[in-house]
Design a protein around this ligand. Sequence first.
Ligand SMILES: [Zn+2]
Ligand SMILES: [Zn+2]
Length: 359
Amino acid sequence: MKAVIIEEFGAPVQLREVEPQPVSPCEVRIEVGASGICHSDYSIASGQYPAMTIPLVLGHEGAGRVIEVGSAVRRVAPGDRVICTFVPACGICWQCLSGRSHLCETNGKVEKPKLMYDGRLIAALSGLGTMAPLMTVHETNVVKVETDLPDEQLALIGCGITTGVGSALWTARVEPGASVAIFGCGGVGLAVLQGARIAGAAELIAVDPFASKREMALAMGATHAIDPTAEDPVARIREITRGRGAEYTFEVISTPATMRQTYDAACNGGTATMVGSLSPSLELALPANGIHLTGKRLLGSAYGSAQVQRDMPRLVALAEAGRLDVGSMVSRRISLGEVNEAFDAMKRGEVVRSVITSF
Ligand SMILES: [Zn+2]
Ligand SMILES: [Zn+2]
């Protein structure tokens, strides 16, 4: 089969012939139905995390159907529809038992080389590798869902939707009537916005340099949209919130500068949540004295603090009920060979999500 592979950081990704390996006792073979193109895929391919071992099969936002299970698998059976989770939820480690499966201690430890490529075994991103027609993953990396939603929507729940909606609902715990500001309205940012809307936020302020994304944010329930290239977003957010700042702010752009703006735009006692994924070499500068005086809370959002086995089915239910709009986030349907073009479209701000639906 052909899979999308990173052969060299910073170079275009390649469509190459790979051979899946036999399913081991705790593994599940999945026929991939759809794979989203997430910004993290581009960041990894472009070399933002140079410690990662390449060649590597790309893709971490996917959904499909189980076609084979190992002898010890108990969670799913052939025929089940599943969403892949890029953080496993083992259910028995200290973090999982503490109600934090998004920080499962087996993360990174259940991965192993999975595909034969060019005479050697290579790994797949996050133990998944959704940019291929078939995936062989550990059973703790799948969540069974019972639904008729199309795979292209389920795939987005694998990363962008869960990360974004979860940041509002389960990391920051936005309250009804609250004011919310979101820096960045790509796939994850729009999902944060929808999460805050579902939570009942009153003021929903979207910040994005692309007019198309601001329009989409307004269509999805934003009450205000700010172009940060035309005005100071922090000053404008304070103006909208009667000089105070927003009660909940979110950073989904992934730069230290916008992280600082996100902190500054929160009101005293407010909550600033960092969702964006940055290069490990970057640091964030904050006013040291202001931290205790302002009483602000600074939170990190890992996978939207979602307990995937419980929460992914809930997100599916919200989508089925029409309260979470996943369909509008699918901007383009592409084939496996069009990932580089999809990266370019993403960089130009043309798409919320391109989704591979043709393998
Ligand atoms: Zn992602
Ligand atoms: Zn665990």
